[in-house]
Design a protein around this ligand. Structure first.
Ligand code: C2O
Ligand code: CU
Length: 478
């Protein structure tokens, strides 16, 4: 039997009416103030109720792991306990963090061996929607389920937890029985093409959950794409949604998206503002399969009290919560240091020369090393950084995608502005982001202030692409 979304859809039609109550940060804090996050094997159903359990790797026994919810300026203390069979580390995606807490095995810390622990202790400078995930052999560990949400509330937030919902979207490859497919992990075919693409989508680790919302009340829906490689295509029009934030950083006003569908690449986040209308059920549709596939549905309740049944005009305006605004350093474009990132390799593209660990690859080397992509001709981390700059220099990065594939490029430790992109109006308005999409043969120009000293990673967040070469680093002197 070949599996596609439609065959799965038929057999999992029932909705369960699951309440969305994430495990809270405070629940598992140890007496020394550290939240314990245990990475270990777990079992979970990813598909229908009658499908078998999948063997996953999770934080604190469930995927996603506990939602960490804090306030801007808070200190986050997490003790990672490694009960996996391989070394691991945790990266705090999108947080402008001290370099030694960034969690990149092999660059900012040693990977934490099985049985060992590591203490993360850092301040969160910005409000917004972030996430945490394994950062050692990420193509393996993240695809098995090692991730969770990190939500930073602003100083004033009018969205109470009832109106502030996190929806973690993940793309899984399941086998014929509906179980997570471990056998195909590490396939060089995936590595050299579009990455590990799945055949089933979950929301908060559940199959097609059904949530309950109240009519006429504004909600912030925080969407996080934790897929290894899938660029989600979401029909936000059908939800009547406006965009509040990209990658944690708020837009100046709630903005109508001028194109459809909304593209959400691996690791990207979007905060949506949704005000449900009475009597009209909503669903979140993903359309990349060529037809709409409903990944979550929302039942809309009309409150029985008279004020809600007959809301005064403008009531939802009055209740509209504050927008996120963070203070990010504005790039000084006149005095920028300009670099070019030439992306090459992969199937069906110009391979060019690829150097890996100081040696030019030829013949069987590509297969033997698994290195098939390159940034400026170099696969993976070389001893020398891509560039070294002084603290507070403005960096302009011209990214040129000379491959036949779409990529989701991520910079650690900084948010950047998208200045220009060819052939696309995605990201209009020069928003701040930490991950940007770049299509085949496209160019994108970004800028940021290198204000955070240390060694930082820059990679494609399609995790197979990163593992297969689309991974480099730069250095900012103190
Ligand atoms: Cu989500 Cu290297 O990161
Ligand atoms: Cu890529």
């Amino acid at each position: 039997m070949s599996i596609n979304r439609r065959t799965f859809l038929k057999s999992s039609a029932g909705s369960l009416g699951i309440a969305l109550l994430p495990a809270s940060f405070k629940a598992s804090v140890a007496s020394d103030g550290f939240l314990e996050i245990i990475a270990g094997p777990s079992q979970q159903k990813l598909y229908s109720e009658d499908a078998p359990q999948s063997d996953l790797w999770s934080y604190n026994d469930s995927t996603p792991g506990p939602e960490i919810r804090v306030k801007r300026g808070d200190r986050v203390k997490v003790r990672l306990v490694n009960k996996l069979e391989e070394a691991t580390s945790i990266h705090w995606h999108g947080i402008r963090i001290a370099n030694d807490m960034d969690g990149v095995s092999g660059l900012t810390q040693k990977a934490v061996e099985p049985g060992a622990t590591f203490e993360y202790d850092f301040i969160v400078p910005d409000a917004g929607t972030y996430w945490y995930h394994a950062h050692n052999r990420s193509w393996n560990q993240v695809s098995r389920g090692l991730y969770g949400a990190l939500i930073v509330e602003g100083d004033t937030t009018d969205f109470d937890t009832e109106h502030d919902r996190t929806l973690i979207l993940d793309d899984w490859r399941l086998d014929e029985t509906g179980k997570f497919d471990t056998a195909s992990l590490g396939s060089l075919m995936d590595w050299s093409h579009g990455g590990r693409l799945g055949n089933w989508l979950t929301v908060n680790g559940q199959s097609q959950p059904n949530y309950t919302l109240n009519a006429n009340e504004p909600y912030r829906l925080r969407l996080i794409n934790t897929s290894n490689a899938r660029v989600l295509e979401l029909d936000t029009k059908q939800l009547g949604a406006k965009i509040l934030a990209y990658d944690g950083q708020g837009l100046p006003t709630a903005t109508e998206l001028s194109y459809q569908p909304l593209l959400l690449g691996s690791a990207q986040r979007v905060d949506l503002l949704v005000v449900p209308k009475p009597g009209i059920p909503m669903q979140l549709d993903e359309v990349s399969g060529g037809q709409a596939f409903s990944i979550a549905s929302f039942e809309i309740l009309e409150k029985s009290d008279s004020t809600s049944a007959n809301p005064a005009p403008g009531k939802s305006e009055l209740a509209m919560p504050a927008l996120i605004s963070n203070e990010l350093p504005e790039p000084d474009l006149e005095n920028a240091r300009v670099f070019t990132l030439d992306m090459t390799g992969g199937a069906m593209g110009q391979t060019g020369d690829i150097t890996y660990k100081g040696k030019k690859l030829e013949g069987m080397d590509f297969r033997d090393t698994g290195q098939v992509w390159a940034f400026n001709g170099i696969a993976n981390l070389a001893d020398a950084p891509f560039f070294s700059v002084q603290r507070n220099d403005t960096i302009v990065l011209n990214t040129v995608n000379n491959t036949a594939f779409l990529h989701a490029m991520h910079i650690h430790g900084h948010h950047f502005r998208i200045l220009e992109r060819s052939g696309s109006d995605v990201d209009e308005g020069q928003p701040w982001r930490d991950t940007f999409l770049i299509g085949p043969e496209q160019t994108t120009k970004i800028a940021f202030v290198a204000d955070n000293p240390g060694k930082w990673l820059l990679h494609c967040h399609m995790l197979e692409h990163a593992a297969a070469g689309m991974n480099t680093w730069f250095e900012i002197s103190a």
